[in-house]
Design a protein around this ligand. Structure first.
Ligand code: T3D
Length: 262
């Protein structure tokens, strides 16, 4: 059977490739479940220290497979709140809650939930030719998969509204200029660049990196006092890791640190 998500684990990097290229990697139920299983595995398996997410073929992901929503095939209107609860929202939460870095290599067009899943990742590279489209308004929907939240937080209301209401493509370079992604890179250098960063993160102090991710995500929604307490708690936890002891020892011994993610 065709695998909707191809996975491979190399040196701590779990590479996940969305794999429905003839549908521009649009989400069907099988791909949702396969992606979720892999992120859960990344959570449970200490040998996974970073995720690298990308797409097969010329697209990253075209969002929901609209073939599965064909109104001509059913008289009943779908409950899309239910499909968000069942499929998109758990995946979004898993990516944000995973205390390991998630690198995304947007290899081509990212539309609808496909764009917003990319924006939920921690370090996003995009091929220079890739474009992001909040396609929802073209079909009468709202930006989901966290899009109405992340776009507003990252860009502010004027740009978030224009992107969402007009559904015009945003090129990778513009997305970088606006701070929506980390970097736009030449198409033929995308995978190499993203893989090098994922490899480097996988050799990092995983617990400290995970706590850092948690803190930065929390910063947008809590006041400074609460946040300083959270930094204290996270630094306490980081200070108890073997990787911290190794980091300081390596510094004092003037050699590169060898982190084990513990
Ligand atoms: O339903 C729920 O559960 C609620 C949640 C919703 C989340 C969402 O993501 S809603 C938004 C859904 N996505 C879209 O509206 C995007 C639809 N796709 C497009 O607008 C365009 O395909 C793109 C802008 C992404 C790319 O355009 P282009 O010209 O490069 O490619 P194309 O020719 O349109 O597409 C190539 C093929 O992929 C084509 O099939 P064919 O003609 O070769 O057999 C096309 O139908 C198929 N495809 C592309 N996107 C989807 C799709 N098939 C099903 N679903 C798709 N989303």
């Amino acid at each position: 059977k065709n695998q909707t998500v191809i996975s491979s684990l190399d040196d701590g990097v779990l590479k996940l490739t969305l794999n429905r290229p003839d549908k521009l990697n649009a989400f069907n139920e099988d791909m949702h479940l396969a992606l979720r299983r892999q992120i859960e595995r990344a959570h449970d398996d200490s040998s996974v220290r970073t995720i690298l997410l990308t797409g097969a073929g010329r697209a990253f992901c075209a969002g929901q497979d609209l073939g599965d929503r064909d109104p001509r095939k059913s008289d009943e209107k779908p409950d899309l709140g239910h499909t968000l609860d069942t499929f998109y929202n758990p995946t979004l939460r898993l990516i944000r809650d995973l205390e390991k870095p998630v690198v995304c290599a947007v290899n081509g067009v990212a539309a609808g939930a496909g764009a917003n899943i990319a924006f939920a990742c921690d370090i996003v590279f995009a091929a220079r030719s890739a474009r992001f489209i909040q396609a929802f308004s073209r079909i009468g929907l709202i930006p989901d998969a966290g899009g109405s939240w992340s776009l507003t937080r990252i860009l502010g209301e004027p740009r978030a509204k224009a992107l969402a209401l007009l559904a015009e493509p945003l090129m990778a370079e513009q997305a970088e200029d606006w701070g929506l992604i980390w970097k736009a890179v030449e198409d033929d250098a995308l995978l190499e660049t993203a893989t090098a960063v994922a490899d480097r993160l996988a050799l990092g102090p995983t617990i400290g990196l995970g706590l850092t991710k948690r803190l930065i995500q929390a910063a947008g929604t809590q006041d400074l006092d609460t946040h300083l307490d959270m930094e204290r708690d996270c630094q306490r936890a980081a200070g108890f890791t073997n990787d911290y002891a190794e980091g300081v020892t390596a510094f004092l011994e003037k050699r590169p640190a060898v982190f084990k993610g513990e």
